[in-house]
Design a protein around this ligand. Sequence first.
Ligand code: SAH
Ligand code: SF4
Ligand code: F3S
Length: 436
Amino acid sequence: MLSTKPKFLIRTIGCQMNSFDSSIYLKVLTDYGFEETSEISESSIVLINTCAVRDKSVQKAASCIGEARHLKQEKPNLIICVLGCASELLKDSSHKKKVDYFCGALNSSQADSSFYKLLDDKGFKYKPVSSHSLQLTSKTSHFIPIIFGCNSFCTYCIVPYVRGREKSRPFEDIKREIIQAVSEGATEIILLGQNVNCYGKDFLEKTDFPSLLDKIAIIPGIKRLDFLTSHPREFNKNLLQVMKNHKNIVHRFHFPIQNGDNDILKRMRRGYTVEEYLEKISWIRDIFPIASITTDIIVGFPGESEEAFQNTLELINTAKFDSIYGAVYSPRPLTKASEYADRVPLNVGKERLNKVLEIQKNITRSNILRFQNTNSSVYVIENSNPDSITGKTWEDRLISFKPLDELPKIGQVVEVNVEYIENFKLFGKQIKNGNQ
Ligand code: SAH
Ligand code: SF4
Ligand code: F3S
């Protein structure tokens, strides 16, 4: 039978924090009797959850809004909501028309009361659903923010202006949310924060991220525990010790350096030097020799000379990252760097980005060979083909493997031997159940 429930569509642009916010809206809409759709034409409400980090992301949001406004010409009752980090930037007169609701990033695990009011005013009825197994990640994998906002004010970055100051969440709140997620079937928990290593700095009672992680890792039911982002400035050996003590914590580090030149790092206000960064990488590799380390790089930052850029290439060759999320610098409103006069032309920035990605491609290709013949814990993500199960290793690599006699379940952890590597993917065979 065809469902008569009203439908909603959520477009999420940006980082995992935005995915988390979208999951909050998804719950509220489910409580108002809505059902999710991927077809904009059949939706009664469209939510566009926006990102402001680069001009390109704002343009993407603007085009999604354009599409929704176009549809509203035929469907005048369509409700359009513009949410998230770029909502203030998009509030100009041309977008204001036909948009029913604007709201910034949530920075809490609840939607604003104005969103409930909007739905009430439009005549929808609130009838809460007792269990929410709906998540934007998947049923077995949940994002849990541990700290909202950011106090770092890196000179290129708009995030502190759109997400506000750091606000750590009390352990009891985090624990309650994890227990709830586990009771709904989650086995993987991904802790989120712009800089998880600043956790607890805003509390009167002294605590820090390693202590929090130590307490979270023992919450029953968590088979895989992941976190991001780990800012190099506050990263310390205590964190590595806690990671070593708990088998359910992954061996992967998203460790954004942003640039390989010390003068540029200073101008970016990152708070570390290339040498300090590389030393921290050596701490990681001393304890977890095959850990995966990924990074973010911005090229074309104001004042980046050819010589400075060469330092970034040298850093990339030395650090041997598993992958790089590269971007050309995009001037952002309100930020300090947007006032710097010595801008690098966009075409130079684009050329530099291509060079970075080209060099990294070869490094990624040779780096992956280190997994040959290693054993790793693998988190199962797909089991529809009983001869070839898909999962992700503790180093966050995709792997296909032949199972033992019993078919492993999605969200379960098994031990796998890597037999060979093809097209950036690992292939292997299961050697035992579980890693705990
Ligand atoms: N809190 C994280 C970064 C969050 S923003 C950290 O400190 O590492 C995600 C990424 O967007 C950044 O790592 C950076 O590489 C990129 N980014 C942020 N502002 C940018 C800008 N103005 N231009 C280009 N890239 C930017
Ligand atoms: Fe932006 Fe820097 Fe904060 Fe990361 S740490 S969100 S790059 S200001
Ligand atoms: Fe994330 Fe973009 Fe906001 S990167 S915090 S969604 S500005």
